[in-house]
Design a protein around this ligand. Sequence first.
Ligand code: SF4
Length: 357
Amino acid sequence: MAATATHPDATSKPTPLRLTDKHGRAITDLRVSVTDRCNYKCVYCRTGTEGAQYAELPIADYLRMVRVFVSLGIEKVRLTGGEPLLRKGLVEMVAALAGMRTSFAADGAPLAAGAGQPLDIALTTNGHLLEDLAQPLKEAGLGRITVSMDAVNREKFARITRVPDSFDKVLAGVRAAKRVGLDPVKVNCVLLRGFNEDQIVEFAKFSRDEGIIVRFIEFMPLEEDRVWTPEVVVRLKEILAALNKFQPVMPLAPNAASETALRYTFADGLGEMGIIAPVSHPFCGHCSRVRLTSDGKIRTCLFSQFDHDLYGVLRRGGDDAALAAFIQRTVNQKEARHHIGEPDFLKPSRSMVHIGG
Ligand code: SF4
């Protein structure tokens, strides 16, 4: 099923090739959006009147497409949205993913069917529905979770999400995720100048008190409307300066070359912060990610100008070999990097809520 290279001696078995783009990057991480509906209206994301919803597909169709991606070398699947916990059948989807195995060894050698490792399954959520779903998701096979949380101040949180009384729900969700043993539990905070840069030290305390990893994200131009400007971005240097004012910060080694966050802790080792700095410190050179949108389109980069209709191949009766070939061709066209802040920068053809994190 996987793409192959023909060996000179025609009798030998063709060798499956691992998913790689034309820049030589191994593509091992797939982010799957299972809905573009969301129960929040965050000020830096849902900025416009773009009410249009794209689509949601049957969970079985996502699983079919993911299975082909896994046969090509995907090892990590992150479920996203909109808000994925709104999606019925999500727990069952996680259970099905937990039954899948990776297809290649660390050195890229193909493995016999079923001989690989369990998939690394993660999820990104706004946490509003997490308190009740943490246990069933964990039991189904979810390994780790990231909760989007942009303030630890109750009023500020409600102003950012534009949903009253949302903070306590999300805090309860974060604590439930930790209690049931999802590991790690991470909180992502998108920083906007004039909105929540005063939360940096509060989040450092939160990380130390709650024992969860907090990651600060530089605001990217992925919102519905055109509110992004370079001036609104709170950059890595500024975040570190604020943290160092609180306590001396020490860098930590990356967990993997493709990790997007630069990791830090404090001198006493308590608390872990990450800084995801796509604007001031881009990490495209090690990018290992592609995305599948809620309507079944492949996005090779967050900032792509194009969608690639994988679901169209499936709907037209394409078999797994046809899906695999489409994926290979598409991934091969993956962009080298983003061009944020450059004269030729073009806003992507979709906003974040319609791409998935
Ligand atoms: S901007 Fe595109 S290439 Fe760069 S890290 Fe993000 S997805 Fe990868």
